[in-house]
Structures are given as structure tokens and as C-alpha cells.
Design a protein. Structure first.
Length: 98
């Protein structure tokens, strides 16, 4: 049974790692669009923006409902990344204890 749980934890850690990269790509692309480095009329850029928006916005929205309004600063990606690091650390700790 321990082998099954360890493998489930490994899959969860990999899934969280992938989601972490999606959050980072979302932040970088939004900055590049904001500073007019890349153009949103480019189909590839629009596709990346749409995918990362759909993948991250439901989580961001829940966090934004809890966080106070910081003006123009959105701290929800930082909170998501910190939560991912915390969950990965907890899962890794459980795996090493088994």
C-alpha cells in the first residue's frame, strides 16, 4: 500500500510542478504584453495567453476574493506559487517518512 501512496504523491508533485510553470508563463506573458514587447494579435501568443488564463484564472479568482485590494498589484500568482511549494514540501516529507 505504501508503494501506491508514494507513486500517487510523485504524480501530484509532478502535476504541481507543471502547474507552477503554467503560472510562471502566465506572469511572464502578461508582463510582456503589458510592456508591448509581444503583440496579442499574434496567433501563437494569443493561444498561450488563452491557455494560461483558463488554467490559472479560477485559482487566482479565489485568492483575489480573500486578498485585500493592493491597487494595481496582483499578488495572487505569488500566493499560488508559495502554496505549490508548501504542498510539494509536505508531500515530499510524507514520502520520505514512508
Amino acid at each position: 500500500m505504501d508503494v501506491v501512496i508514494v507513486n500517487i504523491f510523485k504524480v501530484l508533485i509532478v502535476a504541481l510542478d507543471i502547474y507552477q510553470w503554467i503560472v510562471i508563463v502566465n506572469v511572464v506573458v502578461s508582463w510582456l504584453v503589458s510592456f508591448n514587447v509581444i503583440n496579442t494579435s499574434n496567433q501563437f501568443v494569443a493561444m498561450i495567453m488563452d491557455f494560461t488564463y483558463r488554467a490559472t484564472e479560477p485559482v487566482y479568482r479565489r485568492i483575489r476574493n480573500v486578498l485585500p485590494n493592493m491597487g494595481g498589484i496582483d499578488l495572487s500568482p505569488v500566493v499560488v506559487l508559495l502554496a505549490i511549494f508548501l504542498i510539494q514540501g509536505i508531500l515530499s516529507d510524507f514520502m520520505h517518512r514512508m
